[in-house]
Structures are given as structure tokens and as C-alpha cells.
Design a protein around this ligand. Structure first.
Ligand code: SF4
Length: 74
């Protein structure tokens, strides 16, 4: 599974950090959320995950007000 964040459209609300703090952190340099350990491809941050943190990250995606987080099955 993959978490994908379209980071340039993040508005820095912090909801993803509140709901999935092991995966997300606020970046102090630009005030936007970063997906910890993600690779960066064309403005997207992408992280492969196992099944265990799936629900936590689905929740993070659901509370993102601008819907820039997607969880995709491989
Ligand atoms: S919930 Fe969405 S808009 Fe808010 S900080 Fe996380 S990625 Fe950015």
C-alpha cells in the first residue's frame, strides 16, 4: 500500500499529524505537513506502508480538508 500526498496543495492545518503522528510531522521551514520517510516525486510525497498503519492513515486522509492525501492499494 502507498500513502501519497500532493504536498504543494497542503494548507498546513495539522490534522494529519493529529490523527497519524507516527507518519506525519509539520515542517518548520514551510509550515506544511511532511510524510516521514517519503520519497519525493514531482511534487508528490510517496511512502510504502504495511497493513497495520492503514486505518490510521485512511483517517488522516479523511480529515484532510483539501483532500491531498490518498491511500492506494498496490
Ligand atoms: S491534513 Fe492535509 S492540509 Fe492538513 S496538514 Fe495534513 S496534508 Fe496538509
Amino acid at each position: 500500500m502507498k500513502i501519497i500526498q500532493k504536498r504543494k496543495e497542503c494548507i498546513g492545518c495539522g490534522n494529519c499529524v493529529d490523527f497519524a503522528p507516527h507518519f506525519w510531522k509539520m515542517d518548520e521551514t514551510d509550515g506544511l505537513a511532511s510524510l516521514i520517510g517519503a520519497i519525493k516525486v514531482n511534487g508528490f510525497h510517496i511512502l510504502e506502508i504495511d497493513e497495520d498503519p492503514l486505518e490510521e492513515n485512511k483517517l488522516a486522509a479523511s480529515v484532510c480538508p483539501v483532500k491531498v492525501i490518498k491511500v492506494e492499494m498496490n
